[in-house]
Design a protein around this ligand. Structure first.
Ligand code: ADP
Ligand code: MG
Ligand code: MG
Length: 210
């Protein structure tokens, strides 16, 4: 499987659908351990991204990701806006002017993006953040690709791994972001940002294979 513009666009469109459908769910998770705006933030961001897709859909992959990241940065706000913005902008820098990527190259770009998010947000594994989804999911995806798993199976596995990773955040105590103000009271709640990251990975699986 080669990744082309149309795959990235299909992914972003599905992200927009999910953030809109799951807006209340994400906001309610954030009500428990934050300030009840994560769904609003993500829906605002991906609605803004969806609006620019007609203008950018024929550009090379790097530009699509960069424009997406800039839109998220300027419209999501909160802690998650700069972090998701960084994910896309740094992934775009790794892609450059390409219009086609192998699946391995695509995983490398996402890895670059998430490494920049970790550097910026300083979240370690187990801190109950969106990094607790992306880091293990990308790590497992790389191992699975090297062991010869088919790309469609790999995408399905990424989504399943993301579900597990989100569930794992429930028992974590938050060490970063607003939820960390709650201390031990943050335990027992699913992290909102980890949940929106799972939705993005689910959207990738569907968008890439539709
Ligand atoms: P805010 O907390 O500013 O209202 P959001 O509600 O949109 O922002 O996003 C909250 C989510 O951001 C959290 O659930 C968590 O996953 C993520 N997050 C917060 N701080 C960090 C960080 N330092 N590194 C990674 N992710 C973080
Ligand atoms: Mg919030
Ligand atoms: Mg907020």
């Amino acid at each position: 499987m080669k990744i082309h513009n149309k795959h990235i666009i299909a992914w972003l469109e599905r992200c927009s659908v999910y953030m809109s459908e799951q807006q209340d769910f994400l906001t309610n998770l954030d009500r428990d351990i934050g300030d009840a705006d994560h769904g609003l933030n993500m829906n605002r961001g991906f609605t803004a991204v969806e609006a620019i897709l007609p203008e950018i859909e024929r550009q090379h992959i790097g530009n699509i990701l960069k424009n997406t990241g800039m839109k998220l940065l300027s419209s999501v706000g909160g802690a998650s806006g700069p972090l998701y913005g960084t994910l896309f902008i740094r992934a775009s820098a790794a892609v450059g002017v390409r219009t086609e990527l192998s699946f391995a190259e695509w995983l490398d770009c996402l890895q670059e993006g998430i490494s920049a998010v970790v550097a910026r947000g300083k979240a370690e594994q187990g801190d109950k953040t969106l990094c607790d989804v992306w880091v293990p999911v990308l790590h497992a995806a790389k191992v699975n690709l090297q062991s010869g798993m088919s790309e469609s199976e790999l995408l399905r596995t990424m989504e399943q791994d993301a579900v597990t990773a989100v569930n794992n955040t429930i028992n974590m105590q938050a060490k970063k972001g607003r939820a960390s103000y709650l201390g031990a009271r943050s335990v027992g709640h699913q992290d909102p940002g980890a949940t929106s990251s799972w939705l993005m990975i689910k959207a990738m699986q569907e968008g890439f294979t539709e």
